[in-house]
Write a protein that binds this ligand. Structure first.
Ligand SMILES: *[C@@H]1O[C@H](CO)[C@@H](O)[C@H](O)[C@H]1NC(C)=O
Length: 421
């Protein structure tokens, strides 16, 4: 009872937040008259979160209002700093004027979403980015900045996601692609639960979404992915929402002069998750001890991931991603067990147990039993990728399972030590 009270009190005192959102209007001359973004002007703005985050969150934004002149026009835009209480955005304009942009920003402290930023990319081209969370196998992207010297017509899209990378492709329309000198974007990847993607909307004129039911515990985002801009009038697009308690609907288009055809996706982004990931559990293990006549030709540790034939025999720190088809996951580990030494080994057996969490072994080494083998088999609650760190040292082998939930955790699933008797 006392403990419970203390926990509740601590929660009230700390009151950290894990997600936050807002509309940033510092780069709009109608609100900030000094914002005259042209000919090398630059400005930074600080946006304060509604409360303090426990950890530095990931932050991304989408455009909800663009008002800018014809070519040559270019603006660079980037998030330059993020803390637990605020983030800083920097903009600069090279020639013609950007009158206003408004940014719908999203901040989240959860590792089931991963934000990758590719700000202000000169000479736009296809590009591949590393992903940390191997289960972040779905995602979307949203344009952040651009520079054009004439008509532009392009579409950005995620062309491939693998366990440790995501590739973004850009269409290259002959005669127009060369006018796109710079493009920036966010790629937001996440676990399956992270996004409900209502699809790519290709608008050639005024766009009206119709009513869209609100999804609980999710943010709505208009992710601009492409423009087909004729460069004959200023580029103007804005989102105007008319929401009810249960639905949202918006129009997306100009408010003056002519429409800019564009492509955007409608995404519901989760800021709270139900899916929880756990480290691998060893549900069965076979061991062997035998005599090897010439130990000197063998490595101290021989580690094999059976299904992929991946073998490690030299000291070092390695990263390995287990494919989700490798179920159950099998390892073979052989260790030199020299006279006078002993081997202690632990294999993670039960994530939920408070005692008996591991299969544990302790073997004294002697000449007739100088080579020890462990053949553990691991299982998981549902098909998923796993991120492993392997640390092989002269007298220890450790395999760590990196797990991405609200927080990132590292759990040792295999630990083998060669000790003196
Ligand atoms: C872009 O607009 C032009 C002019 O209306 C049109 O001919 C072209 O097909 C459009 N591009 C795409 C990819 O739809």
């Amino acid at each position: 009872m006392n403990q419970l009270l203390i926990v509740i009190l601590l929660n009230i005192v700390s009151a950290y937040i894990y997600y936050d959102t807002g509309l940033m209007t510092d780069f709009d001359y109608t609100i900030q008259p000094s914002f005259i973004c042209k000919n090398g002007y630059s400005n930074t703005a600080t946006t304060t979160f509604s409360q303090q985050f426990q950890n530095i969150p990931q932050v991304f934004f989408t455009h909800e209002y663009l008002d800018q002149e014809m070519a040559e026009l270019g603006f660079k835009l980037a998030i330059t700093a993020i803390s637990q209480t605020q983030f800083t955005t920097e903009i600069s304009c090279n020639k013609q004027r950007v009158f206003a942009i408004k940014l719908r920003w999203f901040a989240i402290d959860d590792q089931r979403i991963e934000v990758i930023s590719n700000f202000n990319m000169e000479n736009p081209d296809d590009k591949t980015f590393p992903i940390k969370n191997p289960n972040a196998q779905t995602g979307f992207l949203a344009i952040t900045s651009m520079r054009y010297t004439g008509q532009i017509d392009f579409l950005l899209s995620i062309s491939q996601i693998k366990a440790n990378s995501v590739t973004v492709s850009i269409t290259k329309v002959a005669g127009k692609f060369a006018n796109l000198k710079q493009i920036g974007y966010f790629i937001v990847v996440g676990i399956e639960e992270a996004f409900i993607n209502l699809g790519l909307k290709t608008a050639t004129g005024a766009f009206s979404s119709g009513t869209i039911p609100i999804e609980s515990n999710r943010w709505f985002a208009i992710a601009l992915q492409g423009l087909n801009y004729s460069n004959s009038k200023n580029l103007r697009i804005k989102a105007t929402y008319s929401n009810t308690a249960t639905t949202i609907s918006y129009t997306w288009g100009t408010w003056y002069e002519i429409e800019t055809p564009n492509s955007h996706s409608q995404i519901w982004i989760a800021y709270q998750f139900t899916k929880i990931f756990y480290p691998l559990e060893c549900f069965t293990i076979r061991t062997s001890r035998k005599e090897v006549k010439d130990l000197s030709i063998l490595p101290t540790f021989y580690l094999e991931f059976v299904q992929s034939n991946q073998i490690y025999t030299t000291n070092g720190n390695y990263v390995y991603y287990i494919d989700k088809s490798n179920v159950p996951f099998k390892m073979g580990i052989s260790i030199k067990c020299e006279n006078g030494k002993k081997i202690q080994a632990n294999f993670n057996k039960c994530n939920a147990c408070s005692t008996k969490k591991t299969h544990s072994f302790s073997y004294n080494c002697f000449n007739q039993m100088n080579y020890v083998g462990f053949f553990p088999v691991f299982q998981q609650a549902f098909p998923q990728y796993h991120h492993l760190k392997i640390n092989m040292n002269p007298s220890s082998l450790e395999i760590i399972n990196v797990v991405y939930n609200q927080a990132l955790t590292e759990s040792t699933i295999v630990q083998i030590q060669i000790l003196n008797q």
